[in-house]
Write a protein that binds this ligand. Structure first.
Ligand code: 3HC
Length: 356
């Protein structure tokens, strides 16, 4: 009796000798003969129908499960860009590690930037469960082919920018990633659980910097207000184009990868952040921002989507600088990769000799 739809998880790996019709299967996957004959005797239409039924039933899809090519491609696109964003996101704040106003602030910022590196590596690992090679992804970033979050292409001009990045950028990330923790793809959803715990620390330390400056001298409060004015709109853009201009949202929502649309995430971030700005006596640079008792949300002004698309296309204030910094870091780190590869080769030769 063939396994039921929900049991259609491939228990082990698919043999490379099988050329499976109609979709990409990472060669590392294997399945026992008894399951393979059933699962891969099904035509692609039946496989797709079974997959959609699993999604509709709220199943979590794991790396060894059958999935449509398009689902895999979408996840690789979204997860790799997320990982790139974490790594490039280290640069704006990293700029202030040597300039932090106290040892305490330096240590906190150092910990945060290190966290972001860990988030990037974590999500690259998650992306690799989809059968793609990390080196290929990194090359896509370094050659400018891959996207990363627009927000990291803005300059950090003062110490208050470090506070606002934690408050706004990590705050928006938390809004997005707490929802991604319910995504249908298991490795991605699980990665978000740990990342969100650390993002909460990131946001708190940023908001505390801003609250301290806002209570400080008039110059310090002015510095905080200036940073808020420069980062507010780019932070709203970070959550992606409006739903009407989002080619990926509908499909990602249907497949329960995204559980909220870009506009829903944006609205949630605004609703959370406005009272926080009021609490520290700072104003947000939007004269149309107003609480709407009918919708119980804040109405807000028009976003400059031309600016957004210019930044996404590579014409933002810091795009070239950010990519060059990543290319330089990759080149400067070549000796580490070579040394690790040489050690691994020597180690495996030694292992082969002792095994013989
Ligand atoms: N920056 C650059 N490109 C963006 C973008 C942004 N802020 N928002 C959207 N885009 C791109 C998309 O990648 C897509 O292009 P593509 O098809 O060539 O990939 C195009 O614009 C249309 O956008 P869509 O809305 O159709 O794209 P998505 O459905 O993927 O939604 C997203 C965009 C909301 C950013 C979604 O990809 C997502 O939630 N990604 C995971 C979270 C993430 O990547 N966050 C980035 C910030 S990292 C971070 O927060 C680090 C923290 O430590 C601060």
């Amino acid at each position: 009796m063939p396994p039921s739809v929900s049991a259609m998880t491939l228990p082990s790996c698919i043999r490379e000798k099988y050329s499976v019709r109609g979709f990409f299967v990472p060669p590392c996957l294997r399945v026992e003969d008894r399951d393979f004959d059933y699962v891969y005797s099904m035509d692609t239409e039946a496989l797709n129908a079974a997959f959609e039924a699993r999604i509709a039933a709220g199943d979590t899809i794991e790396p060894k499960d059958w999935m449509p090519d398009r689902y895999r491609t979408q996840l690789i696109r979204m997860m790799s860009q997320h990982a790139h964003s974490e790594i490039v996101g280290m640069l704006p704040e990293g700029n202030w590690i040597t300039r932090a106003p106290s040892l305490k602030r330096k240590m906190v910022l150092l910990a945060k930037v290190q966290d972001e590196a860990g988030h990037g590596l974590y999500i690259y690992c998650g992306t690799e469960t989809l059968g793609v090679d990390r080196h290929e992804l990194v090359q896509q970033l370094l050659t400018g082919k891959a996207k990363y979050s627009s927000i990291f292409n803005y300059p950090t001009l003062t110490w208050a920018d470090v506070g606002v990045i934690g408050w706004f950028v990590d705050g928006a990330a938390i809004v997005n990633q707490t929802v991604l923790a319910k995504a249908s793809y298991g490795p991605y959803a699980r990665a978000m659980i740990r990342i969100c715990k650390e993002e909460n620390f990131h946001k708190k330390q940023g908001y505390e910097i801003i609250a301290t400056l806002a209570k400080g001298t008039p110059e310090q409060k002015a510095m905080a207000q200036d940073a808020v004015n420069r980062w507010w709109w780019p932070s709203l853009m970070m959550l992606g184009p409006s739903d009407t201009d989002s080619p990926n949202t509908a499909e990602l929502m249907r497949w329960r990868v995204k559980r909220k649309t870009n506009d829903e995430l944006r609205q949630r971030f605004i609703d959370l952040t406005v009272p926080q700005a009021e609490a520290v006596g700072l104003t947000l640079p939007d004269p149309d921002l107003k609480y709407n008792p009918d919708t119980q949300h804040y109405d807000f002004g028009p976003i400059d989507w031309n600016e957004f698309w210019q930044v996404v296309k590579g014409n933002g204030p810091c795009n070239r600088e950010r990519l060059q910094a990543r290319r330089d870091a990759h080149e400067n780190g070549r000796w580490v990769r070579d040394a690790a590869a040489a050690y691994a080769a020597k180690h495996s030769q030694h292992a082969e000799k002792t095994a013989a």
